[in-house]
Write a protein that binds this ligand. Sequence first.
Ligand code: TXA
Ligand code: MG
Length: 342
Amino acid sequence: MLTEWIKAPADADYARAKAWLLAGDVVAFPTETVYGLGAYVGSEAGLARIFEAKGRPSDNPLIVHVAPGMDLSEIVREFPPEAQALADRFWPGPMTMILRKNPKLSDTVTARLDTVAVRMPSHPMAMALLQKTGLPIAAPSANTSGRPSPTSAAHVYEDMSGRIPMLLDGGPCAVGLESTIIDLSERPFCVLRPGAITLEALREVLGDVYMDPGLTVGADVTPKAPGMKYRHYAPKGELWMATGTPDEQRAKIQKALADACGRGRRGVLTTKEHATDFTAEVVLCLGSRQAPDEMAAHLFDCLRRFDEMGCDVIFAETMDWTGIGTAVMNRLKKAAGGQTLS
Ligand code: TXA
Ligand code: MG
């Protein structure tokens, strides 16, 4: 199958996207978080194609993407006042809510759970796709299962070329990490996946909200979001995190680089502040510690580039588990399988 890569979609392209979706196929599209691989929620064939194209386990449910004005009653059983309050504040935007599902909604979308994940993305091209097709679209991230989520059309093409008919190119994703997921289906309300909408921001609207105990440092509890239990984001090379103050991190990485001499291609994931402090085969910079959002936006691209450059071992600087740093560290910790430099 030829994958058509469309840079500035016109109305006719959206019309063809709609035709693919109704015919039971998938379309990749940009959102402000990461690129999604979308199917119409009403097409079992399209939903099956998502799992097939990604190599995704069928017990991992999908997020339903909606636009303003869509009839949510087809998707959720109820839209409680707490959901309305969060939607008023954070939609369209990088926040997904878990709600009780409408029993009519396909079990393929929800992996047979009695809840469903719903999100209204703010990216203009995602919004255009949803509004011009008028279809609610189920979409996971558009990467091969296990790889870092795609934050550019080139990343999607890398993983999906020849497997999908159409890729809408909306440029690099501004947030660069997947949406915050909050579970409103039971109390206490719980964040199942940290993202750009922080715990603090959610608490401003809802009062008490907790972080899923399965996500915190050193946890041995299974996370509640099925997708969070899988090994994920891992580059092919071995990845180690450096903890402590920025100075301590630099010292640990410099020592690790010396020890790893002769162990193949060594990579460092650093910050602007330390960009010239390391001697290694590959040094990639996340951005400045003064701009944590920028660091977040570059993480997945850097992880992919270590693979491209054939790194065998990678040493990464880390951030504090606060604000967007919680989301960055959650992904980095998964990518490293929890390994830290001593
Ligand atoms: O930013 C995003 O959310 C991106 C863009 C494309 O919107 N999508 C995304 O989808 O990250 P995906 O499939 O890669 O991640 C969805 C996560 C998985 O961890 C899945 O287990 C969880 O949401 N999830 C979906 N439905 C759920 C449910 N009913 N209960 C608990 N977790 C759910
Ligand atoms: Mg994903």
